[in-house]
Design a binder for this molecule. Structure first.
Ligand code: TYD
Ligand code: MG
Length: 457
């Protein structure tokens, strides 16, 4: 048998190096390389080419029509919001990584998924963190039928795969991938090489057997899934569970999905009986103010495939510091810096000596540029200490030269706002097709930031 080959993989960017070195030459991170064992894929290929391996292992040439048909077969889980985020249901042989802060509800959701699949599909819940008794207690508390639920407390990937091969589940849940290790490596469980190699084995198993595998992943302080970036490349879908600790609402977001739309959102509420779906989440991210409040603006974002009304709050205050603070929660820091510069140059509001805090209500992340205009409204409203007009909604991308650019699906966003009783919408001119009103709602199309600020004064 040939000597086992090893390589060094960077924990930060996932690039592979043949030698150990102090700094990753690809991303520049220091002390980020760890050793991994390479399985000898080459030998297998050589054997196959020379005709030693049987026909069963020979890859076949297929027409994509046949392939597409098999992909289309999706199983509805029975939890609508989860089906939505997955792109329409469970795909056989797919690998889904679910990340999120501890206690957000990852284990609960997956157990509920097995419960919902119930008699239709066999599941196997592998727990590496909790005891079987804890899993059973939770299932009982969730009111799930216990008989069809199968669980296994095990952390060695080889033994897990043996059990999975014997029990032939349709769905295999690994909670969590950071506790799993392979006999092939001597590194400690949880180390990058163990996580990567175990995930690779599970992925291979999923593809070969057609079992759908769900991996639970821990999240680092920076918000990424702990372990090498390669985990994200290996799997078919990466879902993040987000939510504020104080709020009972939880948002499941598709960060990557080979079978559906990215940024698709599923909304849940945590209750005594586990996670409940919120099928019409449009207005839950609005906080309940008694009346108009300075520093609060409502936007219509369209993350995924449906519009959501979300409140953004800003606090602008005289800074005692030489470098005033700019803090953005739920949106990108650099975007905020850019918007403040545009506000100064094209909106005539000098906020360079002010601390600026911006927060998106409900703990959700907004990545769309359509949030630009409402963010600036919230900032200006706090800066001037004047509330925005009552029942005002806005969306639109703000360019560096102060122009307001259109965003996709303007019509749909406007309709959603009108349905929720908003009375005025300030939106990019190019998003308004002649219409100046929908029902009670007046629509103001603007081309420049100065027009937009004029419209709210
Ligand atoms: P859990 O699924 O264990 O989170 P994770 O696996 O992401 O770490 O979530 C546990 C949290 O959810 C815990 O704080 C208790 C709460 N919870 C409820 O409020 N109701 C319930 O029915 C369950 C099962 C948990
Ligand atoms: Mg858990």
């Amino acid at each position: 048998m040939a000597k086992a080959k090893t390589a060094y993989v960077c924990n930060e960017c996932g690039s592979e190096h043949s030698k150990w070195q102090g700094q990753c030459t690809d991303c520049g991170a220091w002390n980020s390389l760890s050793e991994i064992a390479l399985s000898s894929a080459k030998t297998a290929t050589t054997l196959r080419r020379s005709g030693y391996a049987g026909d069963a292992t020979m890859p076949r040439v297929l027409s994509l029509v046949d392939v597409a048909q098999s992909i289309d077969e999706r199983t509805s889980i029975g939890i609508g919001e989860l089906d939505r985020v997955l792109g329409g249901g469970l795909v056989a042989g797919s690998v889904v990584l679910i990340g999120g802060d501890p206690g957000i509800g990852k284990s609960t959701l997956l157990l509920q998924m097995l419960g919902a699949l119930g008699q239709r599909l066999n599941g196997l819940y592998v727990t590496g963190e909790e005891s079987l008794a804890q899993v059973a207690t939770r299932a009982q508390r969730l009111g799930l039928p216990l008989a069809p639920l199968r669980a296994l407390a095990e952390t060695c990937v080889e033994r897990i795969l043996d059990q999975a091969t014997a029990h032939k589940p349709h769905v295999l849940i690994i909670d969590s991938i950071q506790t799993i290790w392979t006999e092939q490596l001597t590194a400690a469980p949880g180390s990058v090489s163990q996580v990567r190699e175990s995930a690779a084995k599970l992925t291979r198993f999923a593809k070969e057997s057609g079992v759908s595998v769900f991996l639970v992943g821990h999240v680092t302080k920076e918000g990424g899934i702990a372990g090498p970036r390669v985990l994200e490349h290996m799997v078919d879908a990466v879902l993040y569970f987000e939510g504020e600790s104080g709020s009972r609402f939880r948002v499941l977001r598709a960060f990557k999905n080979r079978f559906g739309a990215v940024n698709e959102l599923g909304v849940f509420a945590m209750s005594e009986k586990g996670l409940r779906e919120v099928p019409n989440p449009s207005a839950i991210f609005l906080s309940a103010h008694a009346g108009p409040t300075p520093g609060s603006a409502i936007m219509v974002t369209r993350e995924g495939t449906r519009p959501l009304l979300v409140e953004v709050q800003a606090l602008v205050d005289q800074s005692p510091l030489a470098n005033p603070r700019r803090v953005a929660l739920g949106l990108e820091q650099n975007r905020l810096a850019m918007l403040l510069a545009v506000l100064h140059r094209h909106g005539g509001a000098a906020v360079y000596d002010q601390d600026v805090f911006v927060n998106v209500v409900g703990g959700i992340r907004v990545q769309e540029t359509a949030a630009d205009l409402p963010i600036l409204f919230a900032i200006l409203s706090s800066f001037r200490d004047r509330p925005l007009p009552d029942k005002l909604v806005a969306f639109g991308e703000v360019g560096l030269s102060g122009e307001i650019r259109p965003v996709p699906n303007g019509e749909e966003r406007l309709k959603e706002a009108a349905t929720h009783g908003f009375l005025k919408a300030v939106v990019p001119k190019a998003n308004v097709q002649k219409k100046t009103r929908i029902g009670e709602m007046e629509i103001v199309g603007v081309e420049r930031l100065s027009d937009a600020l004029g419209a709210i004064l």
